[in-house]
Design a protein around this ligand. Structure first.
Ligand code: SAM
Ligand code: SF4
Ligand code: SF4
Length: 335
């Protein structure tokens, strides 16, 4: 097992399998930028499944035990269930999860489960259809996501996790409804503070609804109490409903950063490795991989990169707008 400059081990790998998406969320891939003419990566630029599996196997050797498939939208990558099956076979992997917007789940959920996917997190920011459509660039209705959630349940995924980004003046007045819906249906909801990822969403601190505010607003209607962290690198502050009706989490990466225990490495669709969600540059693994590097040579590159890792962006972020930095985009390295 290797550790970085702050003694943090490498435990999680997030694999972004595509830069494409069937949504245009305003906070991630705004339509004005990601329009018809936007040039996404060509197929030959993407790592093949064999290449992803080879790199993942090496990263697991260095300590990663949890894998998460993300994107872009992971379900738009053709035959993603095959990749799931290959990854599920890697010795030493304890957890294999996916984050998805859910609309392509109905025909895929059972296949993914059979292939070895253990958990699924589905993003749904609000139950108000007009607001939802505005947030996703007019690409889907709430009902489309609900169908995906139901398909995941039928396939046996349990519990289902729901991610909801909260933006002031956009969907923040609908958070109690979403919490009640998830509570009633046994879904584990995670509110996410709107983050300044990338450079294209025009993030300002005033748009962030803080974890404290989210907690207050939920607690006023559905009383909650804090739960202890389950493990050091857990990203979510956890709460349980006082009436015993399940739990809720908040990912407060803006107001309560958790860099101290951050053990996440991210792989881009074209084989760049990033040691932080807010990184400005990555380490290219595709060139050596395609140039004939041996496993030992690749292990050396990855280990060297991790050992000198000193990222702690969220702990040093200024409360001013930080879109002046040339950060990598969310759709490219996933959440
Ligand atoms: N397309 C999939 C989805 O939306 O679930 C997976 C990729 S998406 C980039 C992963 C997660 O990041 C989603 O839950 C999304 O809501 C969240 N996300 C994207 N941009 C964000 C931002 N600026 N702040 C906070 N969360 C964000
Ligand atoms: Fe697509 Fe997910 Fe980004 Fe929305 S958050 S645009 S669904 S990648
Ligand atoms: Fe990890 Fe970077 Fe997020 Fe801190 S800002 S928790 S180092 S990904």
């Amino acid at each position: 097992m290797i550790t970085d400059a702050f003694d943090r081990p490498l435990r999680d790998l997030r694999i972004s399998v595509t830069d494409r998406c069937n949504f245009r969320c305003t906070y991630c891939m705004p339509t004005e930028i990601f329009g018809e003419k936007y040039q996404f990566m060509k197929n030959h630029q993407l790592l093949s499944f064999e290449e992803i599996v080879r790199l993942t196997r090496l990263i697991v050797q260095l300590g990663a035990v949890k894998l998460r498939l993300t994107g872009g939208e992971p379900l738009v990558r053709q035959e993603i269930e095959k990749l799931v099956a290959y990854l599920a076979e890697i010795q030493g992997v304890h957890d294999l999860a996916m984050t998805t917007n859910g609309v392509l789940l109905p025909p895929k959920a059972a296949m993914l489960r059979d292939a070895g996917l253990k958990r699924v997190t589905i993003s749904l920011d609000t139950l108000d259809n007009d607001i939802f459509r505005r947030m996703n660039g007019g690409k889907a209705d709430v009902e489309d996501v609900l169908k995906g959630i139901r398909a995941a349940e039928v396939a046996g995924f349990s519990p289902i996790k729901i991610n909801a980004v909260v933006q002031r003046g956009v969907n923040d007045h609908t958070i109690v409804d979403l919490a009640r819906f998830c509570k009633d249906n046994g879904y584990v909801l995670r509110f996410i503070e709107y983050m300044d990822v990338g450079t294209r969403n025009g993030w300002v601190m005033d748009d962030v609804v803080t974890a404290d505010e989210i907690i207050q607003r939920i607690d006023a209607v559905l009383p909650i109490e804090p739960l202890p962290r389950q493990y050091a690198s857990e990203t979510s502050l956890r709460f349980r409903y006082r009436d015993g009706g399940g739990e809720l989490g908040i990912i407060a990466s803006v107001t309560k950063p958790f860099c101290g225990a951050c053990s996440r490495l991210r792989m881009s669709p074209e084989g760049q490795l990033y040691t932080c969600l807010f990184a400005t540059h990555g380490t290219d693994l595709k060139t050596p991989l395609r140039g004939g590097a041996t496993d030992d040579e690749l292990l050396d590159i990855i280990a060297h990169m991790w050992k000198k890792r000193s990222d702690r962006y969220s702990e040093v972020r200024s409360t001013q707008t930080t879109n002046d930095r040339d950060k990598i985009e969310m759709y490219y390295i996933g959440g």
